[in-house]
Design a protein around this ligand. Structure first.
Ligand code: EPU
Length: 316
């Protein structure tokens, strides 16, 4: 996410600019759990990814500030693992990987505003909003990511996108200090928010009064639509490609006959061609080879360049 993940190329090896001792010092004193040489597979919806030097799960926002400050002092890169729309290469990530899973508070504020910490899952947040008759998030039904991840990539569906409801974003900056940004200060683009570098630790959403049964119906219908058209039961990273203007990447991939195409255990979903699924033991290298095959075929046969929605990080 926003904090320097793709830059994680220095290793805790001979060539490293930081040592294992530096890494240990940078995560010392955290109240949340710390896992050395942790597999990143379980932190992604794709169930793919090599090891991290260390994964930390900060207990709260103060803990996030501490790890940012301590990593900065030792020039150790940090990467925030969001979990969906993410492919981690097979060599994993050097430096410190931060998971926000423990930042889970939600509270309702005056004026139909919902504040959620960054690690709150969208399904949980939608459930909370419906329970409190707050409308405006129904478009996100079925998105499995965290609210922070959804802000960073301005997640969206046909019914809406994150920018429609964001009121303010609470971040920890590169110095390890908390900062608040109003939505008007954030340029939101197609599947991308131009945020300053740092970690999104909380989001305020401007919702409106809603009728609970009506909201439940919208969410239920949309979940049915997604269940009927997308391979939700298999590990995947959601849509792999951005839709080209006025078209659907899935439709194009189907027309060139690539549904079901495979490299190793990576497969173009037979249900929705813009999804790739992990049939069990897929490696990142398999997914990347399959992406290359799809892009080349679409460019040659249809003349369209498909851009990635999926974010690819880590070492090969
Ligand atoms: N289609 C095909 N073959 C396929 C897939 C789709 O012909 O294999 C056709 C469908 O029949 C339909 C059209 O393409 O006529 C559009 O399909 P769909 O309704 O599934 O929407 P999409 O444009 O493929 C977008 C989002 C999804 C989101 C759905 C539903 C993007 C890149 N994709 O998909 O988001 O769930 O609408 O709102 O914006 C994601 O972002 O990870 C994601 C999956």
């Amino acid at each position: 996410m926003a904090l320097g993940g793709a830059r994680a190329t220095t290793a805790v090896r001979k060539s490293a600019r930081f040592t294992q001792a530096d890494v240990r010092a940078a995560v010392a004193g955290l109240r949340g759990p710390v896992f050395f040489q942790a597999s990143l597979r379980e932190y992604t919806s794709f169930k793919i990814g090599g090891p991290a030097d260390v994964v930390v799960e900060p207990a709260d926002i103060e803990d996030v500030c501490l790890v940012v400050q301590q990593a900065r002092a030792r020039k150790i890169p940090l990467f925030v693992v969001g979990g969906t729309n993410l492919l981690i290469r097979d060599g994993g990530i050097r430096g410190i990987v931060v998971s926000l899973v423990r930042l889970r508070a939600i509270k309702e504020e005056p004026g139909h505003v919902l504040y959620a910490e960054g690690g709150v899952g969208m399904p949980t947040l939608i459930g909370y909003a419906i329970k409190h008759s707050l409308a405006g998030l129904e478009w996100a039904a079925g998105i499995p990511g965290t609210v922070a991840g959804c802000v960073v990539m301005n997640a969206g569906t046909k019914l809406g996108e994150m920018k429609d409801t964001v009121k303010a974003v609470h971040m920890v900056n590169l110095k390890g200090q908390t900062v608040d940004l109003e939505a008007s200060q954030i340029p939101f683009e197609y599947r991308w928010a131009r945020l300053p570098r740092g970690i999104v630790v909380g989001v305020s959403l401007q919702l409106k009064p809603g009728v609970r049964v009506e909201m439940e119906k919208v969410v239920k219908d949309y979940l049915h639509y997604r269940g009927d058209t997308q391979p939700l039961a298999m590990p995947s990273a959601g849509c792999v490609f951005k839709n080209p203007p006025n078209d659907s990447a899935g439709r194009l991939i189907e027309t060139v006959g690539l549904k079901g195409a495979r490299v190793g255990d990576a497969e173009v979903s037979t249900k929705h061609a813009n999804f790739m699924v992990n049939r069990g033991q897929a490696r990142a290298a398999d997914v990347i080879a399959l992406i290359g095959k799809v892009r080349t075929t679409i460019r040659r046969r249809v003349g369209v360049r498909l851009d990635l929605e999926l974010k690819i990080v880590g070492e090969a």
